[in-house]
Design a protein around this ligand. Structure first.
Ligand SMILES: [Mg+2]
Length: 353
């Protein structure tokens, strides 16, 4: 550094202080945590791991298509049909992977994308309706065990007989007809991530998927990626759900870098993400008595405040009617009342709306 070789002691003493203060972000700036959740079959891999197993070592493709149709028509539940499909397998666990390694194709840019996540401290999690031991084995084989170990998998368990004569899913959510309620898993992960953000930042939740079964989880995301031309994209179009189409994970990487830059510029990591999805159901679940005021305080717009805490705003309708002749706007009146201290049971917490 030029300053280091220009000796007056005073300048040398002052220079590092100046350099540090230039490098430090403005007071209050934070780093927004981005968390990725991704479907597995048809998203990270182009085929479905279950289909490959069933077609080669189980009920066969014809029977599988009939069973798939029974799910689509609503005749039988996903869980019921899945139990029949997995139950039809007769192959030892290890032998099932020979065909898998032959037939599965990984998204051509997934490995680079996962490296991007590792480099940027973005947790990448798999959320799948499949069986966890199968997915882990596939990731180990295609990424190597070291890289695979960085990916958390939220999926169903499995009981597999040593000789391969019996495969039985152990459902993550036994009470759900889906076996695994992906929306619940994303919501739980989001809540855990939110609690883990000790500096009070609100994480940006990203979901990546391809199929109809991803829709409930997709609704929980702030930023949604749908594989182009498949059912999730069609659903998003039909239902007016904002999404970004992708052909490979390189598209997702580019867009995520852009979203991150946009969020940094607009929020500097404070409050809600620029792409915050106020209609995600999870916000209602997260909104426990104690959690609500915090989100309210972080929400920038009146619409979001009303969505997050409708109980506090439902009086507005009655109040508006009763006070229609009043000079004070009922909305303003309510806003003012929300600025008061709210008791949360653990002592009062000031809420600034
Ligand atoms: Mg899928």
């Amino acid at each position: 550094m030029p300053i280091a070789i220009t000796p007056p002691p005073v300048i040398v003493k002052d220079a590092p202080a100046q350099a540090v203060s230039d490098a430090v972000p403005a007071a209050g700036d934070k780093k927004r945590k981005i968390i990725c959740f991704s479907d597995f079959d048809g998203t990270i891999f182009m085929q479905d791991t279950g289909h490959i197993l069933f077609d080669n070592h189980g009920c066969g493709s014809k029977r599988r298509e009939i069973l798939d149709e029974q799910i689509k028509s609503g005749e039988r539940s996903f869980r019921d049909v899945s139990e029949e499909m997995w139950g039809s397998l007769n192959v030892p666990f290890d032998d099932g992977f020979e065909v898998m390694e032959r037939e599965l194709e990984i998204d051509p840019d997934f490995r680079a994308f996962h490296q991007f996540c590792l480099d940027n401290g973005i947790p990448f999690n798999v959320i799948s309706a499949g069986l966890k031991p199968v997915l882990r084995r596939v990731l180990d084989a295609f990424l190597g065990e070291d890289r695979s170990a960085h990916i958390d998998i939220v999926a169903n368990g499995a009981d597999i007989a040593a000789d391969g004569s019996a495969w039985r899913p152990v459902w993550l959510h036994g009470g759900s007809e889906l076996g695994h309620d992906k929306a619940q898993s994303v919501a739980e992960a989001r809540r855990a991530a939110e609690l883990a953000c000790e500096d009070g930042t609100v994480p940006l939740i990203v979901f990546i998927g391809d199929g109809v079964s991803d829709l409930p989880a997709a609704r929980q995301a702030d930023v949604l990626f749908a594989r182009r031309g498949l059912r999730l994209e069609e659903y998003c179009v039909e239902n007016g759900i904002p999404y970004t189409p992708f052909d490979t994970f390189a598209d997702i990487q580019r867009e995520l870098a852009r979203v991150q830059a946009e969020d940094d510029a607009q929020t500097r990591g404070r409050g809600l993400p620029a792409r915050f999805n106020p209609r995600a159901n999870m916000w209602r679940r997260v909104s426990s008595r104690t959690a609500v005021p915090r989100y309210i305080a972080l929400s920038p717009t009146r619409e979001e405040k009303m969505f997050l805490w409708p109980e506090a705003f439902t009086e507005l309708t009655a109040a508006a009617a009763a006070a229609s002749a009043s000079a004070t706007s009922p909305v303003l009146e309510k806003t003012l009342s929300l600025e008061k201290t709210v008791s949360l049971g653990e002592g009062p917490v000031a809420v600034q709306v």
